[in-house]
Design a protein around this ligand. Structure first.
Ligand code: DGY
Length: 325
């Protein structure tokens, strides 16, 4: 009999078929996320769980997985999983790094360009039939080329954003828990600066940090007030890194010029006040949403599961301590 695997949402065909070759797969086919109760009900006989980044994989869920050996998250972020409990229960947890780096960095540039050049607003303007003539001051935006980009977190995605910014002749500043190594700084032509300098000097501040207790509300009222009035805030990391209430206030009162958001504090609920603002570009968490990348993410998640089924340590293990004797 093949080992049983639960997949909480329909993934692309190629990875799913690969998994089906080696396992008895139950896929939640409805067009909505599984509830925690549904996952608990399905889990007892499953060896592996392929979860989405939005599925809260709590201690209760993990404890219900009596045969569970791995939770393979279909995301690079893993703040949705109680990693401590998984480790105590000797359940491997994996993510999908690297394959989505460039796609998410591309999207970050789209947010920067989109909000600076008011792309969504222009599209709404044309569709509404409001475009009557060309005029010198119609829908003026801000230049991106030559401006200063401040990157918070020069990791995989942050550094890929920095490299793209060079093509726009931007000056790149970054801050992080510690400076990157010199070769990385040279590749990105990025300068390590203090938190204060980054916020006060940047024309675009972009967030590329994981969500942890330390990064929750990293950007709040005080930080927004330190930014230039002409600056834009970009977030394609995790919503709770920004205190949304403070952001609404800053956008409404002109403390900053605008924001580009792919993520929200309480997804998929979007603060209704954000919906009424023009100086903001709102996207539905599509950082990694291209066919190619979502297929690769599926293959990475499935390969982590297959490794566990073969009795091997999965390549993208997040809690390797479970394999130490
Ligand atoms: C990720 O991979 O972390 C994306 O944000 C999807 O959740």
């Amino acid at each position: 009999m093949k080992p049983e695997v639960l997949v909480t949402r329909k993934i692309l065909e190629r990875p799913l078929n690969l998994l089906k070759e080696k396992a008895e797969v139950t896929v939640h086919l409805e067009d909505r996320a599984m509830t925690p109760e549904e996952i608990v009900a399905q889990l007892p006989a499953k060896i592996a769980l392929l979860s989405m980044g939005g599925d809260p994989i709590s201690a209760k869920i993990l404890e219900s997985g009596k045969s569970l050996k791995i939770v393979a998250n279909y995301a690079v972020g893993f703040n949705n999983i109680d990693l401590g409990t998984a480790t105590c229960l000797q359940i491997a947890v994996t993510n999908t790094p690297d394959v989505l780096t460039d796609t998410t960095a591309d999207l970050t540039l789209a947010l920067i360009l989109g909000v600076a050049r008011r792309i969504a607003e222009c599209d709404r303007f044309v569709r509404a039939g409001r475009w009557k003539e060309w005029k010198p001051a119609l829908l003026l935006g801000s230049d991106v080329h030559g401006k200063t980009l401040g990157i918070i977190g020069l990791g995989r995605i942050g550094s890929a954003v920095a490299q793209r910014a060079l093509g726009f002749n931007m000056k790149v500043l970054y801050t992080d828990v510690r400076p990157a190594d010199r070769s990385m700084e040279e590749r990105c032509r990025a300068k390590f600066v203090s938190w204060e300098e980054l916020l006060t000097e940047s024309d675009f501040v972009t967030l590329h940090v994981p969500l942890t207790p330390e990064t929750t509300h990293l950007i709040g009222q005080e930080e927004l007030r330190m930014m230039k009035r002409s600056a834009f805030l970009i977030n394609a990391s995790r919503g709770p890194v920004v205190e949304e209430k403070a952001l609404v206030e800053a956008l409404r009162s002109g403390i900053i010029a605008g924001a580009g958001l792919d993520v929200f504090e309480d997804e998929p609920r979007v603060n209704p006040e954000l919906l009424h603002l023009e100086n903001i570009l709102l996207l539905p968490h599509i950082g990694s949403a291209t066919f190619e990348t979502r297929e690769k993410m599926g293959l990475v998640a499935v390969n982590n599961i297959l490794a566990v089924l073969r009795g091997e340590i999965p390549p993208n293990i997040l809690n390797p301590e479970i394999y130490r004797k």
